[in-house]
Design a protein around this ligand. Structure first.
Ligand SMILES: [Zn+2]
Length: 380
């Protein structure tokens, strides 16, 4: 055999062997995969890719300038405020409402930082301090502090956090009910000052239900066990709803924005009836988009019927997550993934509303409720 031919033979043989080895390895890997994938996956492991082929609209920017009525920025630095304004420009977010202004010096500082640098881009809501709740005359003092926060420091609304009605207690251990008359001077002060109250009462109803395999928020309760509201430690969901509705009914001159579709996003008929009976009640859609997106026909009809009562909001700030809201509100895209799997084991659908409704949800309703927003950048 000539050396050249021998070399070719050797190369040929070795590549044949490696091909066999490779194929064998492939078969083995496939067998291992088979074994692995025949096991039942955990909820977190099961990530099926949809094979649905349908029109997709990636909307990076809202169709109209909008107001985010529900955002949180605690003690922002000047650099953070500048960065926010820049990011807001990229998605057509014209005015951001920071619900976490605090009260007193903290509030003054937050307004100075945010509005001092970008006067027409930010709105800051004040919060209540409960530090002196056990000293007689609390309600009147809290109302006076709020008046100062609004008139001297530039707050444009009041935000009540979710501990109100659930965790805020008097020294004797008694829970502060949402409709506690001690707070009446505060709500009346809001009416007098012409500012809205954005109020978070209760939590999604599954948090109050047993944490079992029928619970729709099982995964979230596993990831955040502290979000459970077991009956031994918390009032029932329905008690909180009744107290909230009583509070709104007692103060008809005060405008209340119930956060997160008032936790009735999974029952829009009930939400509609509640809105019908309480003309001073509004809702935001912050962090509950998946509720609307799983019932696109009902969501569409609800938004048309209650177009004057619903406000755009996002809650936890991430400039990259607003596009789900745009896509749901502005398109009829079908069966697309939601950005927060623990909120929803389902994909969502766009429920596209007409432009005149979109404008109300995006900014007109907020402008009616929150004083002092410059209307110029917003179309008629
Ligand atoms: Zn919030």
């Amino acid at each position: 055999m000539k050396p050249r031919r021998a070399l070719i033979l050797v190369i040929g043989l070795s590549s044949a062997i490696s091909a066999v080895l490779l194929a064998w390895g492939g078969v083995r890997a496939a067998q291992q995969d088979q074994k692995k994938y025949s096991q039942t996956p955990t909820i977190e492991e099961y990530q099926p890719r949809s094979t649905l082929v349908t029109k997709e609209h990636k909307i990076e920017r809202a169709k109209f300038p909008f107001i985010d009525i529900h955002s949180h920025h605690w003690n922002p630095t000047p650099e953070q405020a500048d960065q926010l304004a820049k990011e807001m420009d990229s998605i057509n977010l014209r005015v951001m409402v920071n619900l976490s202004g605090g009260t007193g010096e903290q509030l003054r500082q937050t307004v100075a930082t945010m509005k001092g640098r970008h006067p027409d881009r930010f709105v800051v809501f004040a919060n209540l301090s409960y530090d002196d709740i056990d000293t007689p005359g609390y309600g009147k003092r809290a109302a006076a502090r709020l008046e100062h926060d609004v008139k001297s420091s530039g707050a444009q609304g009041l935000k009540i956090f979710k501990n109100f009605g659930m965790d805020v207690k008097y020294a004797n251990g008694e829970r502060v009910r949402a409709d506690d008359p001690e707070f009446d001077p505060v709500w009346d002060k809001c009416a007098e000052l012409g500012i809205p109250v954005l109020i978070h009462i209760a939590e999604p109803s599954p948090f109050f239900d047993p944490w079992d395999y029928h619970n729709e928020r099982w995964l979230e309760l596993k990831q955040f066990p502290g979000r459970a509201r077991p009956p031994g430690r918390y009032p029932p969901f329905e008690t909180l709803m009744a107290e909230r509705n009583h509070l709104f009914a007692k103060h008809p001159r005060t405008n209340f924005i119930a956060a997160h579709l008032a936790f009735h996003g999974n029952d829009l008929e009930r939400l509609g009836k509640t809105l019908d009976s309480l003309p001073n009640m509004y809702v935001d859609i912050a962090a509950v988009l998946a509720e609307l997106g799983r019932q696109p026909y009902s969501a569409h009809d609800f938004l048309l019927k209650y177009q004057d009562r619903v406000l755009m909001g996002k809650d936890i700030y991430d400039v990259n997550e607003y596009k789900w809201y745009f896509r749901a509100l502005e398109t009829r895209d079908e069966y697309f993934e939601y950005y927060r799997p623990r909120h929803a084991f389902w994909r969502i659908y766009g429920f596209q509303v007409p432009d005149e409704v979109l404008k109300k949800v995006y900014y007109q309703n907020a402008m009616k409720l929150v004083p002092g927003i410059d209307p110029k950048p917003f179309p008629e």
